[in-house]
Design a binder for this molecule. Sequence first.
Ligand SMILES: Cc1ncc(COP(=O)(O)O)c(C=O)c1O
Length: 488
Amino acid sequence: MTPVLRSPRPLGARAGALLLTDWRGGSDAPAYEALADALRVLVIDGRIPVGVRLPAERGLADALGVSRTTVANAYARLRDDGFLVSLRGSGSVVHLPRDLVGRPDPEQLGGVVPGDLLDLRKAALHAAPEVAEAVERAVRHVPAALAGIGYDTVGDPGLRAAIAARYTERGLPTDPAQVVVTIGAQHAIALLARVLVRRGDAVLVESPTYPHAHEAFRAAGGRLVGVPVDAHAGWDETALETTLRRTAPAVAYVMPDLHNPTGAVMSAATRDRLLTVAASTGTVVVADETMGELRIDGPAAVPLAVADPAGERVVMIGSAAKVFWGGLRIGWVRAAPDLLQRLLLARPTGDLGTPVLDQLVVRELVPRTAAVLEARRTFLRAGRDDVVAALRARLPEWDVPSPAGGLTTWVGLGRPVSSALVLAARAEGVVLASGGVFGPDGGFERFLRVPYTGSAGDRERMVDVLERAWARVGGVGAGARGSLAAVV
Ligand SMILES: Cc1ncc(COP(=O)(O)O)c(C=O)c1O
């Protein structure tokens, strides 16, 4: 018997239908196959976790406006493929196919060829050369660090001073007492969510947004409200203002500089509007700059908190991951000391401190940020220009923005086929996150986030595979895709 959770978590019909926005994707395949494909992608992307009970057939049929037979046949197909098990009294429970369970590499999902994988779901760069040098320099400080007991929830004083100095250099005067070091920016987001959000509070997020942020706010009990961000037009300022006023969110989580995934940069007018309205609704604005310093063109980002240097209403998050290296699990929060105190009190249930040796390395790197960014800029400019030009030439029906920085371009496909495209590319060993991953409440099937972080060879392979995958899901003007069952 297949092992599943004892009492499966249910997915409601309405929540299921929201995740399934655009599930037909212009397909001319039978409806049950298109539905099975869409559900399969949601499982592979992790948007419907293993062990969750799918909605009852009738409920989902009503929510999607299809016949119960369509849903029943889709579930039957998923059962045949091993993505679903039916247990008496527990309904249809999401499962991973038997031949995929226990494999060491979850990327094997979807029939990817072992050993020949280009995983582009995480947009990140290889370590900057300065990291190895910083490790060597940091070794000198290890004996002093070892004299302590090593549990450090606040952060190395030298690192906090370096982070404060970097903010000051960027135009935001900062005292080290306004900085706490965390285990990456993700930890900072999760801590802030736990401290600032009470169950049922509204939390404003951008739509699309960085997925693990919306997961963290949801896990803290937040009720997410989305505000549209477009790669070309940026933030919908009217929606931003009305959503703030209507929902008075506890937190507005934003990426004003090089927004992930669109690469958009918030205009000065929108920043003003956001901060003015957020002040009137009692909303704490959390600005995530994990990508923010990776400018390719144009002026360097000015931290959003210049409008609130005390950090009472605007909290900044930073990270060593994208500028230096993702293997350094170091991030930070810049905020008023009172809020930092609350974060520190909340830490012990989740962690007992930030790794001391990683901090010593980042302490060496932060003062060298400008030089590291200079080299990153050259590398990213080449990657961006190359990928944007290749995609525009070979897939002219796509909308391929050329962002001012960051690591990815948010491509408009023109048709809601992102999941199908991702599955087709995966079959050739190129793994991308489908657009829907970035939607706080589904959607974005018309978009694909394409990183330009790879080597020239990897970029070429990615574009080749995308071109073939596009043809496979219907290509130019076909307005249709075939069944994906053979692809997975
Ligand atoms: C916008 C954003 N915030 C936070 C993170 C997490 O960063 P870290 O690796 O420092 O935890 C990422 C990682 O991709 C990100 O893109």
